[in-house]
Design a protein around this ligand. Sequence first.
Ligand SMILES: NC(=O)c1ccc[n+]([C@@H]2O[C@H](COP(=O)([O-])OP(=O)(O)OC[C@H]3O[C@@H](n4cnc5c(N)ncnc54)[C@H](OP(=O)(O)O)[C@@H]3O)[C@@H](O)[C@H]2O)c1
Length: 261
Amino acid sequence: MPSASTSRGVALVTGASSGIGASFARRLASEGYELILVARRRERLEELARELRELGTEVEVLVSDLASDPGLRSVEERLHAEPRLAMLVNNAGFAHFGSFLDEEPDAAEAGLRVLALATVRLTRAALPAFLKAGTGTVINVSSRAAFGASAWFATYGAAKAYVNRFTLALADEFEPRGVRFTLVCPGNVETELFERAGVDPATLGGALTPEQVVDDALAALAKGERICVPGEGQRDRLLRQILPHRLVRKLSSFLSRLAGT
Ligand SMILES: NC(=O)c1ccc[n+]([C@@H]2O[C@H](COP(=O)([O-])OP(=O)(O)OC[C@H]3O[C@@H](n4cnc5c(N)ncnc54)[C@H](OP(=O)(O)O)[C@@H]3O)[C@@H](O)[C@H]2O)c1
């Protein structure tokens, strides 16, 4: 177990019960962080907590539905009460693929709450501890969909675009005061996300593993990069930066239509 002198502080990871969040938790534990794991599926969280405790990490499980007000408040309160908070990973999320009209209004609202509102409120709750310490890190897991405003996952893509703008604005405001922000925008990753959304991930191609996403995210953070697109080569990076937004949007809508139909 990292002692108080060797611990790098506490990292809170949302959506830690599977996929990218679980991978962040494992990696941050191996780097000496103590962890607070947040999601709804208690058994998954407890299983991961047991695994990490056996390796010597202090882990706390916080079961919370981030789409609900009481759930969100319980995580905010935990952040307020943590003086050794070093990192917040806003990662929880789910997606709807298909026509906007086929998305249940309640699910669309829950998506906005988990992807956008929770990111805003938890970041707000974490900032006082970071500013007091003069250091801290926020990693916001967004998506490539944020660049394209994609049809066939309209509310998801728009919520992720919100996360991008929000994160970059806060980076401008708070980096001079010691808080680092990294925005992680993966494409297709091998997790439960697509399966839970009823989409065959094979139709999307080019999947990364959650571990690759976390490797790239932490490498970008170490280099002080604000935007990380995991797995992106030099050429794709250049194309993303120079292609007209209209073309990027058309392309991503075309690709998401293929996946959603
Ligand atoms: N997979 C991809 O291709 C891909 C691509 C780009 C971006 N992303 C983003 O990566 C992030 C992680 O997704 P993933 O791919 O790792 O999928 P995943 O394996 O399905 O994990 C999603 C996580 O979010 C949690 N979550 C969902 N709704 C929640 C709620 N209401 N309250 C609390 N936790 C909730 C889930 O836990 P519970 O169900 O236990 O609550 C789970 O731990 C998401 O923000 C997603 O948008 C994924």
